[in-house]
Design a protein around this ligand. Sequence first.
Ligand code: PLP
Length: 431
Amino acid sequence: MNKKKSLSAYEKACELIPGGVNSPVRAFKSVGGKPVFIEKAKGSKVFDIDGNAYIDYVGSWGPMILGHAYEPIVETIRRQALDGTSYGAPTLLETRMAELIVSMVPSVEMVRMVNSGTEATMSAIRLARGYTERNKIIKFAGCYHGHGDSFLIKAGSGAVTLGLPDSPGVTESIAKDTLTAEYNNIQSVEALFDAYPGEIAAVIVEPVAGNMGVVLPELSFLKGLRELTTRYHALLIFDEVITGFRLAKGGAQEYFGIVPDLTTLGKIIGGGLPVGAYGGKKEIMQQLAPVGPVYQAGTLSGNPLAMAAGIVMLETLNNNPSIYTELDRKAGKLAQGIRNNLQKTGIPGVVNRAGSLMTLFFTNLSGVKSFDDVMQSDKQRYAAYFQSSLEAGIYLAPSQFEAAFVSHAHTDEEIERTIDASYRALQHLAD
Ligand code: PLP
């Protein structure tokens, strides 16, 4: 595969942008080699500037559940742009968006739009602190909630990929208010509630962890979080930036039947434009300015382009429940195909899957259920598998600690091609 143009584009980008990228994982640092530069995308495919085509399982890290450049969304963006791209004043689009989110996501009675998942989680914990009048939060090792200071403590995603789970620049006084517990270990949460009585404002969790690779929650763990937070008068925040509208139209909370107090959203709700949202019980949301005292604002919040695109996205998902059955079927087929390949080639590994999210962990363990399990994975093996896949025209996340995203645009034929390519990549590892 010729990647000459990408190579020189990367050299130039590195002169001008730190690491040549605007988000760290894109730099391929943990898998080696240089990133490919994307020129365009359509459906399940991305195309690089050298003209190579790839079946894409990154999907912009989640938003592209209907595939790239989905025609009704593109058309809506085009039409909206002609009417202006930002007004800084209320629009009907924002109310329609709120109406859709409230009708689809069980815990959300009111919602506030922001511009990214990071803003959503930062604002949600400020609200939780304001509402409870407490300072500390509990997060889980390996979970990622964006790059807000309070969350860069034992964080997942790029932070764990680059081996930087705690970032310089986060002050000690902020770090001391973030307590860390173990995913799928309810005792570790209870111990923190015991150790800090009356101090914990909220527990924030990815209801299916996606940012240490996909790790499924035990149902008893999620139920335990609901019980503990209720007992100790702390808020339960589901960070559904990945799982929202992906696992089900009502996200993981619908999928598992557990209702948090606050929910953070992003990715899919923007239809590929920059957006985030947080919502929950009316009584809590009414604490936000201008009604209440907790301040949060945004020049581009509720941006008409993002709202218009997101509305088409959510209406499509809301009106077509078969999308979720199809996503589950296709992702199930892919996961099973990869499991069969592991068996045939004798390469040890575990495929974790929740709906259209999955991760192949290169590990000798029989299951991957915690961050400790995740950390035993063989990153070198993943790097080699990633490179073989890329050469075969399969674009995977450039990190062992991320999810693969299957979209509605992936065809059965593409899933089969991916399984074949995975077999060859695994065979290569076995040689
Ligand atoms: N929360 C979760 C669960 C995420 O996966 C991410 C991003 O990957 C974020 C928050 C942050 O979202 P953003 O990158 O839009 O700021």
